[in-house]
Design a protein around this ligand. Structure first.
Ligand code: PLP
Length: 371
């Protein structure tokens, strides 16, 4: 079986040496030597002006902690087309997700739907999701948030190391951006996350929120335990040596998918996706390309030895836990027809080609599938 995920974490030989500093200091938590070194390295490598890296225990805890740090209570806008973690993090912060439709052109928050919600409800915060780690310029969403004086947070879980169309790394839009370092992500360390936030008081408040709301032994606000351990930070430090090569390799594989698949089917990605790190390769199934349902395509691939995955499905507003009764047609349409093909940091050309062959055959294509 060709798996959907094949993480490429650094070997123990590569990350164990970083832990010597933690053992020497007998300091394994609460911002120990590895965590401090990784934060400095991530700030230097990826942070945009007026941002610093704050390590957290996961992307989800990072979103919750950011909401707590900003002292947000009440309704928070979340796209319906996202991974459940976005909405779960909102609930964990004691807030209520308000699901917004996405645009068919960007797969991300739809400006008109967002504006309509802001006109009709008192919204306390907006969470924009960088779908699949695409790195689109979200200035239009920033403008809407600013016009309504509502704080904008960016859930950029799968986007670390990706660049916006204008060139800079993702991480500098909204009030702050939150990334996941989960093993399935390109910058994967096992479990972890990183927030890029303005330095000074804003960053301090996040550090307080991930440390039980404690400042100088006094509880000054709501908080969680959201700190990254030294062990995860050591893996991250070792990964820095390879991450640029990994992302370049994935971009090659993505280009190969795009050129080969586009010869056989409609391939619709957002228009200006920037240079994402390519956690996976999303494909929106066009009814003209296959008469099969999405479930049937996934099953047909599995029968032929390929694991592909549906993401952001079912759309969150239709899930029992969140059911809002709203109709958000774009989110439903995308969620119902989206599948993701695997990309690994060490995927061979042959594996890349096998996925293409199996996938196209599984769509029920009759014509020959060679170049
Ligand atoms: C859009 C989105 N937000 C948040 C998360 C949560 O990240 P983590 O698994 O690090 O908690 C994910 C995880 O895949 C995600 O895809």
């Amino acid at each position: 079986m060709i798996p959907f995920i094949r993480p490429t974490l650094p070997s123990p030989e590569a990350w164990l040496p970083f832990l010597r500093a933690s053992y020497a200091a007998r300091y394994f938590s609460n911002g120990g030597p590895c965590a401090r070194q990784l934060e400095a390295a991530l700030t230097q490598k990826y942070a945009q002006p007026q941002r610093e890296a704050i390590l957290v225990s996961s992307g989800t805890s990072g979103i919750t902690a950011a909401l707590l740090a900003l002292d947000i209570h009440g309704p928070v806008v979340v796209p319906a087309f996202t991974f459940p973690a976005t909405a779960q993090a909102v609930l964990a912060a004691g807030c209520t997700p308000v699901f917004c439709d996405v645009s068919l052109a960007t797969w991300e928050l739809d400006p008109q739907s967002l504006t309509d919600i802001l006109a009709n409800q008192t919204i306390q915060a907006i969470i924009h999701v960088r779908a699949f780690g695409f790195c689109q310029d979200i200035t239009s969403i920033e403008d809407i948030a600013a016009a309504h004086t509502v704080p904008l947070l960016v859930d950029a879980a799968a986007a670390l190391g990706g660049r916006l169309p204008q060139g800079p790394y993702a991480g500098g839009q909204g009030l702050l951006e939150i990334f996941s370092l989960h093993a399935t992500k390109v910058f994967g360390i096992g479990e972890g996350g990183v927030i890029f936030a303005p330095p000074g008081r804003a960053a301090e408040k996040i550090r307080t929120a991930i440390h039980f709301g404690l400042e100088n032994d006094a509880v000054v606000g709501r908080g969680v335990n959201g700190k990254l351990s030294e062990f995860g930070a050591a893996v991250g430090l070792a990964l820095l040596a390879n991450i640029d090569d990994f992302i370049a390799h994935r971009a090659h594989r993505a280009r190969h998918y795009a050129s080969r698949l586009a010869a056989h089917m409609a391939l619709a990605h957002p228009e200006a996706p920037g240079a994402p790190p390519w956690q996976s390769f999303p494909v929106l199934l066009d009814p003209l390309d296959t008469a099969l349902s999405t479930t049937q395509v996934v099953a047909a691939c599995k029968d032929r030895g390929l694991e592909i995955k549906r993401y952001y499905h079912p759309a969150l507003h239709t899930q029992r836990c969140f059911a809002s009764g709203a109709r958000l047609p774009h989110s439903e349409q995308l969620a119902n027809r989206m599948v993701c093909l695997p990309i690994y940091s060490d995927m061979t050309v042959e594996e890349n080609e096998s996925v293409i062959q199996i996938f196209l055959h599984s769509l029920g294509m009759k014509k020959p599938i060679h170049d």
